[in-house]
Write a protein that binds this ligand. Sequence first.
Ligand code: HEM
Length: 218
Amino acid sequence: MESAKTLQKALIRANPKTDLYVDLAEAATGISLVAFLWIHMLFVGTILFGKQIFDLLAESLDKYYLAHIGIPAVIVIFLVHIFVAGRRAPWRLSDMQTTWRHARMIAHTDTWIWVGQVVTALIIVIMGSIHVWSVMYEWPITAAKSALRVDSGYLWFYVLLLLAGEYHAGFGLYRICVKWGLISNRRTAGWVLKVITVAIVAIGLGALYMFKKFGGAL
Ligand code: HEM
C-alpha cells in the first residue's frame, strides 16, 4: 500500500529536467526562426535586383521542393515556439497589471525589452498567420502577385510586421545568447545584432518600395 502511494507521488511529481528541456526547445526554435526570418528577408530582397531574379529564385525553391519542406517546417517550429515561449507571457489581466507595475518600478532597459518581446510576439502571431495564409492561398509566388498584394493595401501591414519581426528576432537572439552564455562581450554582441537588424530592415523597406513601384505600374 505504502509503495503504491510512493509510486503515485513519483508519477505526479514533475520531472525536474522538464524545465531544462522546455528552455532548450525555446532557444532552439527561437534561433531557427531568427535564421528563417533573416534568410526570408534576403530572399524577398532579391526583388531589388529585378523581377526576373525574384521569380527565378521562387521557381527554383518550388522546383526542388525546398518550399514544400521549408514552409511546413517553419509552421511547426513557429507553433512549438509559441507554445514553449508563450508560457512566460502574462495572459491574465491581473498578471498584465503586475508586469506593467513591476516594469515601471524596476525601470530597467532589459525589463522593457522583455515587455516589447511580448507585444511584438502578439503582432507576429496574428499578422504572420494572415501573411502566410494570403501568400499560400495565391501560390505560386511571383513578383507580379507580390507587387499587386503590396500595392493593394498590404504596404503598411508589411511595414509593421517587418518592424515587429526584426525587433523580436534581434532582441530575442540577444537574450538567448546572454542566457546561455554564448557571448563574452555583451556590448559588442549588442552592436553587431543592431547593425544586422538595421541592415535587414533596410532591405525589407527597399523591397517594399520596389513591390509598390512595380504594383503601381501593373
Ligand atoms: C511568420 C513568419 C513570417 C514572417 C514574420 C514574415 C514576414 C514578412 C515581411 C515583413 C514581409 C515584407 C517584406 C518586406 O519588408 O519587403 C514578407 C514578405 C513576403 N513573404 Fe513573409 N514572413 C513570414 C513567413 C513567410 C512564409 C512561410 C512565406 C512563404 C510562403 C513567405 C513569403 C513571403 C513573400 C512571397 C513575400 C513578398 C510579399 C508578398 O508576396 O506578399 N513569408 N514576409
